[in-house]
Design a protein around this ligand. Structure first.
Ligand SMILES: Nc1ncnc2c1ncn2[C@@H]1O[C@H](COP(=O)(O)OP(=O)(O)OP(=O)(O)O)[C@@H](O)[C@H]1O
Ligand SMILES: [Mg+2]
Length: 234
C-alpha cells in the first residue's frame, strides 16, 4: 500500500513504509478463568477495510470493544494513530466511531438532533459538522431530518446511526453486525453505503459480520475461531 500524506511514514533504506493506523499485538481476553481469545495480533492501515467472521459467542463483539478501549484485556497492546489505547473511554472520542446492530438512536430526538448530539458534545453547539451536506446526501437522509426514529424503517435508522458516527470524521469505524437487524436487500444497501462512506472519507473499517457475502466486500478477511484470529488468504 502506498503511504498517504496524512500517514506517519518511516524511511527504511531506500523504502518508505507507512505506519499502520491500528496495531493490535498479542491481545488476550478471559472472562474469569475461561479464555475467550488469545494472542490476537494484526495491523490496519489508513483507508483499509477488514471483516471479522466467527460463530456466535466466539468473542467478536468483545474484541471490537477491546480495540476501542471500551473493554479491558488480560494482556497485549493496541496502538491507534500513534497512541496506546488503554481501558477507559478516551479512544471513544479520539478518532474511533461505532456502528452497532441496534441503532441506539435517542427516540425522543429527531434525526437531526440525534446526528448533532455527539458532535455538539465534542465541539459545542455553534459549530456544524463540515461534512454535514455531503454525508446527508450520500446516505439519503435530508428528507428524514425532522422525523423521530420511531417512525423510520430499520434501514433508515441504520443510515442515521451511520451518519451520526461519520459526522465526527473518525479515522476508524468499528461496525458490529450493522446489518444484523435488516432484511437481505436493505442490509445489502446499507453495506454498500457503509463501504462507500468509508472510501469517500478515507476511514478504515473493521466490520463484524455473519454474512460471507458482506465479508467478501472488505479488503481483508479474518475469522475468529477457537480463541484464535486468523487471516484468510484471498
Ligand atoms: N461481561 C461479560 N462477562 C462474562 N462473560 C461475557 C461478558 N461479555 C461477554 N461474555 C461472554 O463472552 C462470549 C463472547 O461474547 P461476544 O458478545 O463477544 O460474542 P460474539 O462473537 O460477538 O457473539 P454474537 O455473534 O452472538 O454477537 C460469550 O460467551 C459471552 O457470554
Ligand atoms: Mg456480537
Amino acid at each position: 500500500m502506498e503511504p498517504q500524506d496524512t500517514e506517519v511514514a518511516t524511511e527504511i533504506g531506500d523504502q518508505t513504509v507507512a505506519k499502520p493506523l491500528l496495531a493490535v499485538e498479542n491481545l488476550s481476553k478471559s472472562f474469569g478463568i475461561q479464555p475467550l481469545w488469545r494472542n490476537v495480533s494484526f495491523t490496519l492501515h489508513e483507508g483499509e477495510s477488514l471483516s471479522i467472521c466467527g460463530a456466535s459467542g466466539s468473542g467478536k463483539s468483545t474484541l471490537l470493544l477491546a480495540i476501542g478501549g471500551l473493554e479491558t484485556v488480560q494482556s497485549g497492546t493496541v496502538m491507534f494513530d500513534g497512541h496506546p489505547v488503554i481501558g477507559g473511554r478516551q479512544a471513544h472520542v479520539k478518532g474511533i466511531g461505532y456502528v452497532f446492530q441496534h441503532y441506539h438512536l435517542v427516540e425522543e430526538l429527531t434525526v437531526r438532533e440525534n446526528l448533532l448530539l455527539p458532535f455538539s458534545i465534542r465541539f459545542g453547539s455553534r459549530q456544524m459538522p463540515d461534512i454535514w451536506d455531503e454525508v446527508l446526501d450520500l446516505l439519503g437522509l435530508k428528507e428524514l431530518l425532522d422525523r423521530l426514529p420511531t417512525v423510520l424503517s430499520g434501514g433508515e435508522q441504520q443510515r442515521a446511526a451511520l451518519a451520526r458516527a461519520v459526522l465526527a470524521k473518525p479515522k476508524l469505524l468499528l461496525a458490529d453486525e450493522p446489518t444484523g437487524s435488516l432484511d437481505e436487500a436493505t442490509g445489502a444497501r446499507v453495506m454498500k453505503l457503509l463501504l462507500q462512506v468509508c472510501r469517500c472519507f478515507r476511514m478504515s473499517l473493521i466490520l463484524v459480520t455473519h454474512s460471507p457475502m458482506f465479508a467478501e466486500q472488505t479488503d481483508r478477511r479474518m475469522v475468529l475461531k477457537n480463541g484464535f484470529l486468523s487471516e484468510q488468504t484471498p
